[in-house]
Design a protein around this ligand. Structure first.
Ligand code: PHB
Length: 396
């Protein structure tokens, strides 16, 4: 009888307490973010910046949101689709992350698309511009804070014709999805105005000797107004330096997408980059309070200036955290998290941040020129195309 009474008292008074305390323990579990970036290969430097920028924001909030700790688990995707897929699986199935983020190389983003969809796993891309993922292959789980390959280029192509008087262009870009998608965007913007693409040269990603390709470019001196380029990572450094070594800089001026002369690379390109004109959604010289604060915080922490990859990742972390704040940290409610993320708006270092209806960022595109200020190479902004989304159409 006494035993029964004790059991009864446990059920009535203590068991509910056990349940509640388990609930509290669950709520206090950390929010886990799985982060993919390449730390080797052509885009190793991009990958480092992409991680540093993300970490800077988490540092600023003490790795905490709505009373929950944030744990960041990074993995090297080696910019290889099959490695990226294996690492994504590991992050989701072993580490039990609540979301995936990061990725530089479009091939990795395309490779993990089905896995992400099948597992209903939110993926916040902080670079990879894989165009279909926020257009014909869009998914409620995929967000992008960086750009669609071709997005800035629509505005760049229009600007080249309408404002710089460029009529004939030769294009050079790496032969993989991102290269072709960016070139397509530029072509659409440029040709809609009446511009002509005279030739296209696409060396493999990771080319070390651009000599054979530049030898072809020489033939176009006097026949085109500009060479348009997209190269990134160590390709950006080599292509710009070798273009100058080939004596081409004085023969055909460059007009490039800004990745090619991003701050991440100009300190290695040095004088070879001087005078190069470009377009991009970010540059650390932007004269706004939020950008100045960001550049100082980043430079104080890492001892070098942020480029586009650092800034994209910083705003990616901020967008995630703002959404988590809005749902009081209850990341387990995925639908609520994704809804909150869609609605996030704030003033970013690059300008106002918001998503379009396809969960891709809308942004200003800045027109810049590489100059030397003291010992430093900088991208000085001389114009801007505001509010560019992935379907932006040229203003005639
Ligand atoms: C991409 O693969 O989408 C990509 C890579 C490097 C960049 C931009 C886009 O700088």
């Amino acid at each position: 009888m006494k035993k029964l009474l004790l059991i009864g008292m446990f059920v009535i008074f203590l068991y509910p307490l056990v349940i509640v305390s388990q609930g509290i323990a669950a709520a206090a579990e950390p929010i886990k973010i799985g982060y993919l970036a390449p730390y080797v290969g052509v885009y190793a430097k991009n990958g480092k910046d992409l991680t540093d920028g993300f970490k800077l924001y988490l540092d600023e909030i003490g790795y905490k949101v709505a009373g929950r700790e944030i744990v960041l688990i990074t993995e090297d995707d080696e910019m290889k689709p099959e490695v990226g897929t294996t690492k994504a699986r590991k992050l989701v199935e072993k580490d039990r992350v609540h979301m995936l983020a990061g990725i530089i190389h479009s091939g990795v983003a395309y490779a993990i698309k089905d896995y992400v969809n099948n597992n209903k796993m939110p993926l916040i891309l902080t670079n990879a511009g894989a165009a279909k993922l926020t257009a014909q292959d869009k998914s409620p789980y995929i967000f992008r804070v960086s750009f669609v390959n071709g997005q800035q280029d629509l505005a760049g192509g229009w600007y080249a014709y309408a404002k710089l008087g460029i009529r004939k262009v030769l294009m050079m870009f790496p032969d993989y999805s991102a290269g072709h998608e960016k070139a397509d965007g530029f072509k659409r913007g440029f040709k809609a105005m009446g511009g002509e693409i005279v030739a296209e040269i696409f060396p493999p990603l990771g080319t070390t000797d651009y000599g054979p390709y530049l030898a072809k470019v020489v033939d176009y001196a006097g026949k085109v107004d500009r060479v348009w380029m997209f190269f990134s990572g160590s390709d950006a450094v080599r292509s710009i330096v070798q273009y100058s070594e080939y004596g081409l800089k004085d023969k055909i001026k460059l007009f490039v997408i800004g990745d090619t002369v991003d701050e991440t690379f100009i300190s290695s390109q040095k004088d070879a980059a001087l005078g190069v004109e470009s377009y991009l959604h970010y540059t650390p010289t932007l004269d706004t309070p939020e950008n100045k604060r960001f550049v100082k915080a980043y430079t104080d922490k890492y001892r070098n200036e942020p480029g586009q990859f650092s800034e994209q990742a910083y705003i990616g972390a901020k967008a995630i955290v703002k959404a988590l704040e809005a749902i009081k940290g209850k990341v387990e409610d995925r639908d609520a998290f994704m809804k909150a993320l869609r609605d996030v708006k704030f003033e970013a270092p690059q300008g106002p941040f918001r998503f379009d209806n396809n969960q891709n960022v809308v942004q200003n595109v800045y027109i810049r020129r590489v100059e030397k200020k003291g010992e430093k190479y900088v991208n000085t902004v001389f114009d801007m195309v505001p509010d560019v989304d992935q379907f932006w159409t040229p203003k005639k």
